[in-house]
Design a protein around this ligand. Sequence first.
Ligand code: ZN
Length: 381
Amino acid sequence: MLEFKVINRDTRTKARAGFMQTDHGTIKTPVFMPVGTRGSVKAVEQRELLEMNAQIILGNTYHLFQRPGVDALQKFGGMHSFISWPRPILTDSGGFQILSLSDLRKLSPDGVEFRSHLDGATYFFTPEKTIEVERQIGADIIMVLDECAPYPAEKEYVSKSIELTHNWAMRCKERFETSQPLYNYNQYLFGIVQGGMYLDMRERSAKELVAADFDGYAIGGLAVGEPAEEMYNVTDFVTAILPEEKPRYLMGVGTPENLLEAIERGIDMFDCVMPTRNGRNAQVFTTEGTINIKNAVYKFEESPLCANCDCYTCKNFSKAYLRHLFNVDEILGLQLASLHNLRFFINLMEQTRLAITEGRFVEFKSENLTRLKNKKIMEEF
Ligand SMILES: [Zn+2]
């Protein structure tokens, strides 16, 4: 079992600070996990991730299975050594990518058949196959194969979907328990709560998974286009069912505001492509909200992207230089903006954790939300 301890609980909300212990190191929560889908966090070096205190990164099973292939990963002793990353890794099962990327997919009770979006080859992923591939990749935390219902979806569809997902989760667990890690360290398996926006479906999914006793629980199928309030409601509802002593992971979320709201509702772990994707598009996160660094108002601006940020970008460069890099399409612009954005998210989690341990989470959240809203108004002028 994954060792996870909550060390501080906010007395006024469900926010909590804790840590989990993997063979590749301790992860302090709440935690933001940079996304390295294909074995690389886009435009950011591994040494920069270490320097900015990224505690754990993500890889994606569907992508890594296709390229470089599990044979290559196995030759190198797993993903950690292949990409030279000494800290924990989590792999998404690939269910979401199978559904969204493959040209052709056939869902059956036994698994999902799909045609690769790369070479047209056909593969069949059963829950058992997914676990085998995740063993070969060798992440510390691995996810069950699930089906993420689209939004919006009819209740009848969602009902069938969570039945399938539950079935697959149990089969994943069975294979996980009857197989061994291929490398010299432990792996842990998380279940994924689905159920769309229907609370009774969410309840069914969560209760069934909790009964099966996973190492941790993810909430999937959110941030798929629903209003933020609906995402918060579902999150609040599900965390009330999930056990206190297991980590909770809200998949694919979100903005700094989303993170603070979800932490208030009892979430410990997050992943999102937003810091790197937005960074590559000149969108920079700051404590005063998001700015577009290509904006002409920054032509002579000497200040760093974000006051008080301790990242390499902010310690060394002005807004004017970043604006220039983007305007002349220099690769360094993408790198520096991505680096800053990631550190911004990681720093936000570190500050939040401190606020929880010092009993001032509510005040911290409210101050931050007020500030985060500022810039959006200013930039509109
Ligand atoms: Zn910075």
